[in-house]
Write a protein that binds this ligand. Sequence first.
Ligand code: ATP
Ligand code: MG
Ligand code: MG
Length: 552
Amino acid sequence: TEVRPSNFIRNIIDADLESGKHTQVQTRFPPEPNGFLHIGHAKSICLNFGIAKDYQGKCNLRFDDTNPEKEDIDYVHSIQDDVRWLGFQWSGDIHYSSGYFDQIHQYAIELINKGLAYVCFLNADETREYRGTLTKPGKNSPYRDTTPEENLALFEKMRLGEFKEGECALRAKIDMSSSFMVMRDPIIYRVRFAHHHQAGDKWCIYPMYDFTHCISDAIEGITHSICTLEFQDNRRVYDWVLDNLDDFNKPNRTRQYEFSRLNIEYTLMSKRKLNDLVDRKIVSGWDDPRMPTIAGLRRRGYTPASIREFCERIGVTKVENLIEVGMLNACIREDLNENAPRAMAVVDPIKVVIENYPEAQQETLSAPAHPTHEHLGTRELPFGRELYIDAADFREEANKKYKRLVLDKEVRLRNAYVIKALRCDKDEQGKVTTVYCSYDAETLGKNPADGRKVKGVIHWVEAASAKPAEFRIYNSLFTEANPAGAESIDDVLNPTSLVVKHGFAEASLVTAKAEKAYQFEREGYFCADNKDSKPDSLVFNLTVALRDTFGE
Ligand code: ATP
Ligand code: MG
Ligand code: MG
């Protein structure tokens, strides 16, 4: 069994189990269904589900759905798909914060009855003004000292839709001079005349995140509520709410722990900003292979195991950082180098004609699917008089460092014969279109008998059987390591984030399964596109290059 490295959260859990504070571990992953999950969420998923798995505990999937205008049922579905695809299964049924709206409403009433919440009619500007700043304490709202009876009646009127949006809000009565701004009488309920994807039209008041999250955690018996560092201050509200509700004020109730968000170079990691790329059609959708979404990575050929491995390697700490893209590339490359079948495809083709190869002849060679894993079997490779090779693999003349095809010199065709270039045709621009060659029929699977040394090996596909294919070569979407820091995203968009090439793939690739990456020898790792690839018009996405060329 694999042993996961420890981290500060696991240390806390170990201590809580040892002291007997908890006997079982219960975590949750609480996405808001307002977009697709990205690889940052994968970090949280691996952490929460990973803990549940290792401690024989449970992890809930809970949709934190308190902003009906921004949410959508499609996101509810895509999030479930993505969690499962990553290899995790939540315990029991799916949970929704909206499923607790009745209870949350009752807890608001409990606070009002205790004189700990009031309906406030300050408008947005006044509320800001009264709240003060980090260096200036706030002032009490004039509505702060109204009686529980008055507030119960007003809150009920809010619920019945008798106030307009923004006219009033229910606020917790905490401390207007707290050094934590979030503690200065936070709003806990506001009026929104919005249809909810789960609750329908039952409510026109919706609880705020800070009031909802802690109560949802407590209702579900969460022991360790793990979230990202931007909620550090909110932990004060989390604790205040639970400490003031009779059902939850117990020593072993849920506690919140924060870790640092994942950020990756040359990438945005916020649903709101990713949504903007989708809306503005800068990408083709949430699952555009350039997107850092789970759906995008999947479409691009990433495996669940590679993403889990990446989340292991980056670890869990409280230190904010920007992870190098190379680290993610390394994880998928290691996985695919080990597991991806090999095949040949020519991305930028020129023709090769083997003049001494009999015109009518066709043969079928055989090639291993993987250089070291025999169990992956072999594939059939048609061979004939006309082939395609990559334009970059031929030069009329070159020095000795160039170990590919050169006029009057020999090269080995991968899995096939040694050929020699005799002459070439060029088009009007001087670009080589066809190379005329001879082949040595005695070199299939063996070196030339006379001891000639042939150093280079190039890949190829047989022209008559080759399948035309589109190759989508991806680069990072942004030219800046930290695009979130740019004044405008438009200034840092990479104009060559997608380069489309038209070439040929070996015949066996008609059956390539979508999302399942191959190593196209000497070209890179590619997978068939899950939307656009068809047997008669193949489309392949570059998963990752064979090696990183950053800084070269
Ligand atoms: P975004 O700003 O991208 O919308 P979010 O935090 O608002 O992110 P949620 O749907 O609320 O998105 O996230 C669900 C969980 O995933 C939360 O616990 C959140 O802390 C965690 N999470 C979100 N982004 C990251 C990230 N970049 N790294 C680690 N965890 C993250
Ligand atoms: Mg959130
Ligand atoms: Mg967000």
